[in-house]
Design a protein around this ligand. Structure first.
Ligand SMILES: *[C@@H]1O[C@H](CO)[C@@H](O)[C@H](O)[C@H]1NC(C)=O
Ligand SMILES: *[C@@H]1O[C@H](CO)[C@@H](O)[C@H](O)[C@H]1NC(C)=O
Ligand SMILES: *[C@@H]1O[C@H](CO)[C@@H](O)[C@H](O)[C@H]1NC(C)=O
Ligand SMILES: *[C@@H]1O[C@H](CO)[C@@H](O)[C@H](O)[C@H]1NC(C)=O
Length: 541
């Protein structure tokens, strides 16, 4: 396990304090959990004036932004002092009028107003140069050139007319992880210097540059900081875009190939592995991001929503799922032929009747964890759900599980149950209007709501956060009944992320109080039956 030196942003500013924390699938806990004043992990309130000052100081395109700073001042949210709801912080509140939405040919425009990510746009004669981690933009050195342009000298460096640096990853406030992200140099140079770098590959469509380093490897981060921002940043290009990836991984391309092919018609480029010079008419460097696992339609051209993203997933996975269905049908036909050859009876009829009954029952999926935050009486939960009338399937997603297969299971389900953790990201695979029950272990309330509960509601799911009682936690066996760990998790979280992680995330399992849980499950059952009737009715009309 890699150890990162992570900064708690809030404390970093206020106290310059550092923490060492294991890189964990729940890394975001630390990062946001302790930043946000209203978090379950901390009730410290960041000083809004201080934040506002910092907000001002990180804006680079100040001239363009100036009017918007004033107008967004009023929306500067004290409810979410930081990070969680950052639209109020950025310039992006102003409808779809993005900063840098019109960039003159031959210039770079950087929007550094978001607390989560920077994005730079370069228009004109764009060329990659991976050996120097650079992207060059060449322009004619006319008389109207910037005064900044130094007189031509023997040194290449001196020809740079405009220079920007950017790390194309959307966790800008987390110094520790950003330290692991490759930095790109963006340089505007005079046309005459372009002879040094001829194009090896000429592309006629824009490029989008981003990194699949950082927390990539964790499903929550892969969607939250990768796939969703990629959708937000590139969908409007209508697949006429080339993705250029820093910290490129083959496995990532394989895992997300279905989705990538819905966003781009071209193969992705490994920025540091491909030494050729790629030329583009435009480069978008970095990804825009809105909020946790969501798309804010007010910030999207054409009002795209998270539902449009889900539709994209459906299109992405359909070819593979259709293939799987065909394989199964062929296999079945084969075995039926063999069966009927052996005993030409009414077996087939009985089987189809059985299948029909199954398909009328609502389907419940348990996204199961192993080890910490497992449900230790999962078998009894399964039995109870079956007794209520659900068809139950257990999903144990691994890092290598094919996403199309997981999508297929969840897209055909009515209810998803899981204990808080990165695998809850799979709620994105559920049909909107189905039900998501998140079991919330002690001490994880804030993160469970912020990272999955609220996004699930925005997505359209019926969401139930099932907060366990102390008795349902394995910690109940380890501590005195009156220990703050059981009765006041907030006070433990306030002590710092190390405590949250060690006590609540790594060492807690859940033993559901089935009587208590059953009440929810019954309600959900009747809801699902009603939904099924509604959709059957809809079909027959
Ligand atoms: C932008 O600049 C590039 C290179 O300088 C040039 O080839 C291209 O025609 C220009 N595009 C427009 C729209 O002016
Ligand atoms: C987007 O929504 C706004 C406000 O709801 C509406 O005025 C506008 O017409 C919508 N645009 C599109 C393309 O649907
Ligand atoms: C998901 O489910 C819907 C409705 O049941 C179905 O129409 C759609 O084809 C499914 N998508 C995939 C990719 O299987
Ligand atoms: C749970 O994890 C243990 C060890 O990590 C492993 O041996 C076991 O097979 C896992 N069980 C399941 C059901 O994945």
């Amino acid at each position: 396990m890699v150890k990162y030196l992570r900064y708690n942003l809030y404390n970093h500013w206020k106290k310059r304090k550092e923490y060492v924390v294991d890189d964990d699938e729940d890394s975001y806990f630390h990062s946001f959990g302790s930043i946000c004043g209203n978090s379950g992990y901390s009730n410290k309130k960041p000083n809004p004036k201080l934040l506002y000052f910092i907000f001002l100081s990180i804006i680079s395109c100040t001239l363009i932004l100036a009017p918007q700073i004033l107008s967004s001042n009023s929306t500067f949210s004290l409810l979410y002092p930081f990070g969680v709801d950052d639209e109020g912080l950025g310039s992006e509140t102003d409808g779809n009028a993005f900063l840098c939405s019109s960039v003159p040919n031959g210039t770079i425009c950087c929007d550094r107003s978001s607390i989560r990510s920077d994005i730079c746009i370069m228009k004109g004669d764009v060329r990659t140069h991976s050996a120097s981690s650079s992207i060059f933009l060449y322009r004619n050195n006319g008389l109207n050139d910037f005064v900044l342009a130094p007189s031509n000298d023997e040194s290449d460096e001196l020809e740079v007319i405009q220079h920007e640096k950017i790390k194309p990853y959307s966790r800008k406030w987390e110094t520790s992880v950003m330290d692991t992200i490759d930095e790109l140099n963006l340089n505007v140079k005079g046309k005459e210097s372009s002879i040094h770098y001829g194009c090896d590959v000429q592309h006629n469509v824009p490029a989008v540059f981003f990194s699949t380093g950082g927390y990539t490897g964790n499903l929550y981060h892969e969607f939250n900081d990768g796939i969703l921002p990629l959708f937000i940043t590139s969908w409007h290009l209508n697949k006429k875009v080339v993705f250029v990836i820093l910290e490129y991984h083959n496995w990532w391309i394989m895992k997300y190939g279905d989705i990538l092919s819905q966003l781009s018609d071209f193969p992705a480029i490994d920025f540091s592995g491909d030494k050729r010079i790629h030329c583009f008419p435009e480069a978008i460097v970095g990804l825009r991001i809105h909020d946790e696992l969501t798309v804010d339609s007010s910030l999207m051209e054409g009002n795209k929503t998270i539902r449009d993203f889900r539709d994209l997933l459906d299109r992405a996975y359909w070819p593979r799922i259709r293939g799987l269905i065909r394989e199964e049908e062929e296999g079945e036909a084969q075995s039926n032929m063999e069966k009927s050859a052996l005993s030409p009876s009414s077996n087939n009829l009985i089987e189809t009747i059985k299948e029909k009954q199954e398909s009328n029952r609502p389907k419940l999926v348990i996204v199961s964890r192993n080890g910490s935050r497992a449900i230790t009486n999962e078998e009894l939960l399964v039995k109870m759900a079956e007794d209520i009338g659900f068809v139950v399937e257990i999903l144990r997603p691994q890092r290598t599980t094919e996403l199309a297969k997981t999508y297929r299971v969840l897209n055909s389900s009515d209810v998803m149950i899981g204990v808080h953790g990165a695998a809850m990201t799979h709620f994105l695979f559920m049909k909107p209007s189905s039900v998501f029950i998140q079991v919330i272990p002690l001490g994880t309330d804030w993160a469970a709501d912020t990272y999955y509960g609220e996004p699930a509601v925005k997505f359209g799911l019926r969401y139930i956060g099932y907060k366990i009682l102390p008795k349902e936690s394995s910690l109940y066996d380890d501590y005195d009944k009156n220990d703050p760990i059981l009765i006041d998790p907030q006070s433990v979280n306030d002590k710092g992320w190390e405590f949250t992680k060690k006590i609540y995330l790594d060492r807690q399992t859940v033993r559901l109080n089935l009587g208590r849980f059953q009440k929810r499950l019954l309600r959900v059952y009747y809801y699902s039956i009603a939904q099924k009737k509604k959709s059957l009715h809809g079909q027959s009309l």
